[in-house]
Design a protein around this ligand. Structure first.
Ligand SMILES: NC(=O)c1ccc[n+]([C@@H]2O[C@H](COP(=O)([O-])OP(=O)(O)OC[C@H]3O[C@@H](n4cnc5c(N)ncnc54)[C@H](OP(=O)(O)O)[C@@H]3O)[C@@H](O)[C@H]2O)c1
Length: 363
């Protein structure tokens, strides 16, 4: 059936400005890391994207390697853009990234100018667009000078391949350095994408939000539901078909009895606020206005609709916050810590391109 966008799509979801840039984002954005590969139902993928757009979610987050297979999520969204959303391209914020493993060889990963620019050209081809709105360096690469990565990001804007640039999983100190390099080149850093949830609070202690406010870039937290941990689905076991049951990026080892008790404590607080646990997690992660947006995933349109119900309920009493703090404790689930701490890039693995692979590439 041909799609007609809802007329009141901008009426309900709040919009926040990314730092001191012109970029504005819906408070909740849709991420296509998982659930948009060739292993999922295209009708569900289409409904999830179009329902989100109808609700004012005009930002879709991708990376070169999202799939499976690597690249497939960009192909999926490219098809939906072409078939359903062509009339709205100018309203939509498309983001993609390069930095994690895409292909074997020295230019299939990292932060070199060659990898970043060649990869973005491939992403544009898969998406079927002339430019993206935000292009990110997906993780720090200690093997490439930050000045080279900065010049590559500056080039993609000057050459018209992207309107804005961002970085992901950089520490506060490395972010400040990248913001300075980019400012000197005349292309401001618009946004940073760190992992952030009730079970992974490093941005609060590392000082990233303070650096962001100081340097003028926005912050969009990814995996605000801790890959689904912060929902009602794991309170009584591991349901079939869930991400944890798939044995990929979300290991069931993270669901220790202590963690499940904390999740139950949080679910009780959510119930008292008239929210689901997922909604509490989203509301809480948006409580600081310096958090421009959150990028959440969904395996169905219904999940995303439920999560969107949280974006206008972001105020908490001091008592609620204190009670949440007792349960919102780091659960050792930050898969992105090693590169942030300056660790070397691990050797390339062919997981992303192997049709038989079960394990999704890191997002
Ligand atoms: N920059 C980076 O390095 C990086 C890394 C990772 C992710 N990201 C971005 O962040 C996005 C989100 O990551 P994520 O998928 O890990 O985020 P998430 O929002 O923490 O988890 C999404 C998963 O939670 C479950 N879920 C969502 N809503 C639910 C609900 N209402 N009830 C029950 N279950 C629910 C679904 O799991 P089931 O599939 O089990 O139903 C869904 O796939 C990615 O798509 C990507 O765009 C970026």
């Amino acid at each position: 059936m041909s799609y007609v966008a809802s007329q009141d799509r901008y009426d309900s979801t709040p919009i926040r400005r990314s730092g001191r840039s012109g970029l504005q984002l819906p408070a909740l954005s849709l991420g296509l890391w998982q659930n948009f590969g060739s292993d999922r139902d295209p009708a569900v993928q289409r409904a999830t994207v179009l329902d989100a757009f109808d609700s004012g979610v005009f930002h879709f987050d991708l990376a070169n390697n999202y799939g499976p297979l690597a690249g497939q999520a960009e192909i999926t969204l490219g098809r939906i853009l072409r078939e359903d959303l062509a009339a709205h391209r100018d309203e939509i914020v498309l983001s993609t990234k390069a930095g994690w493993d895409m292909q074997p060889g020295p230019f299939g990963s990292g932060g070199s100018r060659k990898y970043l620019v060649e990869s973005l050209d491939r992403s544009l081809g898969r998406l079927g667009v002339e430019r993206v709105d935000v292009f990110y360096h997906h993780r720090p690469d200690p093997g490439t000078p930050a000045s080279e990565t900065a010049r590559a990001l500056d080039f993609v804007v000057r050459s018209g391949r992207a309107h804005y640039v961002g970085i992901s999983s950089y520490s506060a100190a490395a972010s400040r350095e990248m913001a300075r390099l980019l400012r000197d080149l005349g292309t401001p850093l618009a946004i940073h994408q760190p992992s952030y949830s009730m079970m992974n609070r490093w941005v609060e202690t590392d000082g990233l939000l303070d650096v962001a406010a100081d340097e003028g870039f926005g912050v969009i937290g990814f995996s605000p539901l801790a890959q689904g941990m912060l929902t009602d689905k794991y309170l009584a076991g591991i349901p079939e078909g869930s991400r944890a049951a798939d044995g990929g990026s979300f290991t069931t080892k993270a669901l220790t009895p202590v963690v499940v008790e904390r999740l139950r404590g949080l679910a009780d607080i959510a119930a008292r606020r008239g929210q689901s646990l997922a909604q509490l997690a989203i509301s809480w992660a948006l409580r600081d206005e310096r958090m421009t947006s959150l990028v959440a995933g969904a395996s169905s349109a219904e999940q995303f609709t439920e999560n969107l119900g949280a974006v206008s309920h972001t105020s908490f009493t001091a008592e609620e916050l204190a009670e949440i703090d007792a349960f919102a404790v780091d659960a050792g689930i930050d898969l992105w810590e090693a590169p942030r701490m300056g660790g070397p890039l691990p050797p390339y693995t062919a997981r992303g391109r192997d049709p038989l692979a079960q394990t999704p590439v890191l997002g």
